[in-house]
Write a protein that binds this ligand. Structure first.
Ligand code: RM4
Ligand code: MN
Ligand code: MN
Length: 424
């Protein structure tokens, strides 16, 4: 279901006056608003195919109705988001939750919706019906080579699906690890995982990247074989130039300094990109920016500074993906909020007075450093983000329009109350 273009125009017209007043204030205050607007328009965030339905926890799942019933409907939902915000022009697929049975048709649909396929994700953390061997004791690390081979083959299969759709990266997240001391020989688990990853790496096309995602704990609670950025970076370095470390914001132990991790990975040219979400405790997968927007800003501050230092293209040189899903919000409203939070943090990082900050740093002027960062963080850039969105053809207030047009109710009408999307 797509919105009639005229509804977006009407919405923008009715909100235009108030918007322009707010924007004018910012334009007076900030020197480079036009440059920021064009960077914002180029910046696209991939939507995970597994976040379009209601997320569950291990205790339950409460569907809100109208969930997409197949890949086509998931793409339709992403297209709707993209129509509203013009910043969600990509989708990241999880295989086998979303197998493109007819890739030609799926590619044509993506063209029609102006979407591209971002990283494809493999899944060796669940057993699938009809699968020969179980991943109960791991996949790429497994003691039994036949199990490892099955997991390798699956990853190669995922690459093939990705090639058919025009993806250019594979994200490997492993639940491999151990739940109890003594269960696993760490060194052997690492070596086996490395050998398995090497086989997968060998199947990557030339222009592809492999993203090695780490996670501190869960579902294994004593050790994770790719448990932190150090372990991921070890794998990425050993694998070669096409392998990178992927940072999922929810995958650290509490209070980890993620912005420092990001800065050093960028320095090494080994940062793959992000799975954005927010969390209070662990892998909570909450809406981006809902708990700790300041941290998100600090991360973007390192990103912008680090990417500029390497002459990188902000929009294209890293993978920007959301990985969030939970059980109380409408997933589409949640994603609109997440994308907006990312854009705000990015925009705020773009207005940091970097030369002044560097000078203050060199002078050990700690107070000034904080003032400079917080001056950017406390500037309300919502009008600028809205302006970028409107100029790109989107809505000034996507969330408001989503509600005004009763889009969820329309989806429920079309798909039913009981429709359940594949995913977590
Ligand atoms: C994991 C990790 C992966 C995601 C799965 C569903 O915790 O974040 O990126 O694919 O969840
Ligand atoms: Mn993730
Ligand atoms: Mn996760």
């Amino acid at each position: 279901m797509l919105l009639n273009r005229s509804l977006i125009d009407q919405h923008n017209e009715s909100a235009l006056k108030t918007h322009q007043l707010k924007l004018a204030g910012l334009q007076n205050e900030l020197p480079h608003t036009e440059g920021i607007i064009s960077l914002l328009s180029a910046f696209q965030v991939a939507i995970p195919s597994w976040a379009l339905g209601t997320g569950g926890t291990r205790f339950g799942r409460f569907s809100g109705g109208g969930e997409p019933r197949n890949l086509e409907e998931k793409m339709e939902d992403v297209a709707l988001l993209h129509q509203l915000n013009r910043s969600s022009g990509a989708i990241s697929l999880h295989i086998p939750w979303d197998i493109p049975e007819n890739p030609k048709h799926i590619r044509a649909l993506a063209n029609q919706y102006d979407l591209r396929f971002d990283a494809v994700n493999s899944n060796t953390f669940q057993d699938q019906p009809g699968q020969n061997y179980s991943y109960k004791f791991g996949s790429l690390q497994h003691v039994d080579k036949t199990v490892r081979q099955q997991a390798i083959d699956h990853n190669i299969e995922v690459i093939k699906h990705g090639i058919e759709l025009g993806s250019e990266s594979l994200t490997v997240w492993l639940s491999d690890g151990s739940c109890f001391p003594g269960q696993l020989n760490f060194r052997k688990a690492f070596q086996r995982t490395l050998e398995s990853l090497q086989e997968i790496y060998g199947a990557l096309p030339d222009n592809w990247k492999m993203f090695v995602e780490y996670k501190a704990f869960e579902p294994n609670f004593y050790s994770m074989t790719v448990g932190d950025w150090g372990q991921s970076l070890l794998f990425a370095n050993k694998l070669g130039p096409k392998a990178f470390t992927l940072v999922d914001l929810g995958h650290h132990l509490p209070n980890a300094n993620i912005e420092q991790i990001v800065s050093l990975l960028l320095m090494e040219g080994k940062l793959a990109g992000f799975h954005f979400n927010d969390s209070k405790y662990g892998d909570d997968d909450l809406t981006v920016g809902s708990i700790n927007p300041y941290q998100l800003f600090l991360i973007f501050n390192e990103l912008v500074e680090g990417m500029n230092a390497r002459g990188m293209n902000h929009a294209k040189d890293l993978g920007w993906m959301i990985d969030a899903s939970h059980n109380v919000k409408d997933p589409l409203e949640d994603l609109l909020q997440s994308v907006e939070a990312i854009q705000l943090a990015y925009a705020q990082a773009l207005i940091v007075d970097t030369p002044a900050l560097q000078k203050a740093q060199e002078n050990n002027d700690v107070v000034r450093c904080q003032e400079i960062l917080q001056a950017a963080y406390r500037t309300d850039l919502r009008p600028l983000v809205a302006e970028a969105r409107m100029r790109a053809g989107g809505a000034l207030q996507p969330l408001q329009l989503f509600r005004e047009q009763e889009l969820r109710q329309q989806l429920i009408k079309a798909r039913g109350e009981k429709a359940i999307a594949t995913g977590l």
